[in-house]
Write a protein that binds this ligand. Structure first.
Ligand code: BDR
Ligand code: CA
Length: 314
């Protein structure tokens, strides 16, 4: 049976790829949007355009414009002015549903109790608020898969990854919720993306693939300028991979703490990957394992799988 999934996202070039990838393989029962890569208005419009492009009929609910504390402080310039620069996507063929994303998540999880995976591909604001509003959500969900954090370097600061940094308090609430969480961080997703030859394949493909090729061309240009990386990363799709094909991502059960106070380290995910026996853990006062953290990915396998999927759109 196809996994039922709801995707909370902030498109975003790699979010767009993740939506198209998930919709082909999984039962995409809904999409919600969150501030992050751009304003809530722009990411919602972008998500609707991507759904329209892919002929994906899943309902979309718009979510939070700001993090739990304060106001949205920064957009991700790597995705351009609109949050999804590089291709003229179709006008959205529908408006968001009337429900707020937080209520939509609660209602959808209630309707599919025990079956639904929640993918958080942007800041965790909607997910954290939904759990706060309806704590039973944690037991209604099968699991939560997150693209965010890092076991190593960050991107928005030396140690913080963008999604977690955008709303660290929300991420902390999520990791403390006792939900079953899979986290794929930047240290892993940074190795997975489309190189120029891959982008040429997309450009030569059908209408959907061609649009994605244009988007990836833009994204690669930005990554090259900013970080000297010669491919367009597909961070968010990596969080979807385990439900499409087993064995491409390897996870380890461990404790993840979110740094909230550090002047230089706010938004850092402190992943305790030390090899410790239960006795060692007790001695060192290590927190309980609260997440499955990705430690290895078959980057070539993932890129090939996502590429084939995008080319399969007529
Ligand atoms: C994450 O930040 C966003 O810019 C991407 O969409 C991805 O979710 C990578 O750090
Ligand atoms: Ca994203």
């Amino acid at each position: 049976m196809r996994t039922k999934i709801v995707i909370d996202c902030d498109p975003g070039h790699d979010d767009a790829v993740a939506l198209l990838y998930a919709a082909k393989h999984l039962d995409l029962v809904g999409v919600t949007t969150c501030h992050g890569n751009n304003t809530i208005g722009n990411v919602t419009r972008n998500a609707l355009s991507v759904l329209t492009l892919g002929g994906i009929t899943a309902p979309l609910a718009q979510g939070c414009a700001d993090p739990l504390l304060g106001r949205k402080s920064q957009v991700a310039s790597v995705h351009g002015k609109t949050g999804l620069d590089g291709s003229f996507l179709p006008e959205p063929d529908r408006a968001p549903v009337a429900a707020h994303a937080v209520d939509f998540l609660i209602e959808t999880a209630h309707a599919h109790q025990g079956e639904l995976v929640l993918a958080v591909l942007g800041p965790a604001t909607n997910a954290a608020l939904a759990i706060k509003k309806e704590p039973r959500l944690v037991s209604w969900l099968r699991e939560i898969t997150i693209m965010g954090g890092s076991t190593g370097l960050g991107n928005i600061t030396p140690v913080a990854e963008f999604n977690i940094w955008c709303d660290p308090e929300a991420a902390a609430a999520l990791f403390a919720s006792r939900a079953r969480i899979r986290m794929v961080g930047l240290d892993i997703t940074n190795t997975v993306g489309f190189d120029p030859a891959g982008i040429d394949r997309l450009l030569a493909g059908g209408r959907v693939a061609h649009h994605v090729g244009e988007l990836m061309e833009f994204y690669l240009g930005r990554e090259l300028d900013r970080r000297g990386i010669a491919f367009a990363p597909i961070h968010d799709a990596c969080a979807i991979v385990p439900y499409v094909e087993e064995g491409l991502v390897e996870y380890r059960h461990c404790n993840v703490g979110i740094e909230l106070a550090g002047r230089l380290t706010r938004g850092m995910t402190v992943c305790d990957l030390r090899p410790l026996t239960p006795q060692g853990r007790a001695d060192r006062g290590v927190g309980e394992a609260n997440a499955y953290v990705a430690v290895r990915i078959d980057a070539k396998g993932v890129v090939a799988n996502v590429m084939e999927t995008l080319l399969s759109y007529s």
